[in-house]
Write a protein that binds this ligand. Structure first.
Ligand code: ADP
Ligand code: X2W
Length: 302
């Protein structure tokens, strides 16, 4: 469709504004965690997929890691399988693990692959089992005893943590022009499947891939202070203080811990952004204001 001169001029101006970002980040890897709670609306899902395709087209190397907690919960309910969480992790019996694999490795992974392909990209979906990409071990969770006197280690089944990442398959895909889409399932040395929190996988992948950015899409407007105001830019020291004084708690705590670990291990910045905002990923990367919280070792910068 032809566009008039004013619209064309606006378009050219936008491209010029984006030029320093495009030059700076050419060839950079960006790991994007797409959370289950952010995958709510069909229009938003399509806008997310278009953002990812655009990033790949302009020379970034996007790697998507997805969650799917609510989607797992839905199928467990339909199947009348009880589900509960300990320390933010889903207690995963062998029966639950089968459902996790079906939902994350099947339904959710292929839905995202399809959305990206529909947007003109070429996505390639894997679980961490493929190519031994995510080698896992059982995650030990501790909790206070009922009298709050001591801590005890509890067994929450097939819940894993990342032991080692083999990046070959992801790199092969990326070099071949594909967009890797990774479901957070790992494999133990004995071949057992492990259900891993998607934030943990995204943080670890960002680290081992030497990513420039780790972007965590969630269902809140960003990291907030005690009065509910969004904190737009923070150093790792400022984040440590917010953890110490209890401002960061609940589901945000493990998310922020992954972000801090990634930054301490070489990732330049981590972004907690609002997945309920259309084109949140591009707005965060290509605008100074962003749409959430940027955490880095530097105070200023692109
Ligand atoms: N300081 C904080 N700023 C923002 N959210 C916080 C904060 N502390 C705790 N939270 C909670 O953490 C939640 C995000 O974690 P979670 O629901 O596990 O995200 P996701 O499902 O996207 O992985 C928020 O919805 C909010 O309730
Ligand atoms: C161990 C554990 O809790 N695994 C998560 C994996 C999915 C996930 O992390 O999904 P979100 O990012 O959408 O929450 C689960 O079973 O829900």
């Amino acid at each position: 469709m032809p566009i008039d001169r004013t619209s064309a001029l606006n378009f050219v101006n936008v491209l010029h504004e984006a030029l320093p970002y495009l030059q700076k980040f050419q060839g950079s890897t960006v790991v994007i965690k797409y959370g289950g709670n952010a995958m709510v609306d069909e229009t938003l899902k399509a806008s997310f997929a278009r953002d990812i395709v655009l990033l790949k087209t302009v020379g970034f190397n996007p790697v998507v890691v997805h969650g799917g907690g609510p989607q797992i919960g839905e199928l467990l309910t339909k199947l009348n399988i009880e589900s509960r969480f300990e320390g933010g992790m889903r207690v995963t019996t062998s029966e639950t693990m089968d459902v996790v694999e079906m939902v994350l490795g099947g339904l959710v992974n292929k839905e995202i692959v399809n959305l990206i392909n529909q947007a003109g990209g070429e996505a390639f979906g894997i679980t961490g089992k493929d190519g031994h990409t995510i080698q896992a071990r059982q995650l030990k969770v501790t909790r206070k005893t009922p009298d709050l006197e001591k801590s005890e280690i509890i067994d929450i089944g097939h819940v894993g943590e990342v032991e080692k990442v083999d990046t070959r398959l992801i790199k092969l895909m990326a070099e071949g022009g594909y967009i890797p889409v990774v479901a957070p399932i790992g494999v133990g040395s004995d071949g057992a499947s492990y259900n891993i929190n998607a934030d943990l996988v995204a943080g670890k992948l960002a680290e081992v891939l030497g990513a420039e950015k780790l972007i965590l899409l969630t269902n809140i407007s960003g990291l907030q202070d005690k009065d509910g105001q969004v904190l737009t830019g923070l150093t790792t020291e400022q984040v440590d203080a917010l953890i110490a004084d209890g401002t960061i708690h609940g589901g945000m705590l493990p998310k922020i811990q992954c972000a801090l670990d990634a930054i301490h291990n070489g990732v330049n910045s981590a972004h907690i952004i609002d997945g309920r905002v259309a084109h949140a990923t591009l707005l965060e990367i290509f605008s100074d204001e962003g749409v959430g919280t940027l955490i880095s070792n530097q105070v200023e910068g692109l």
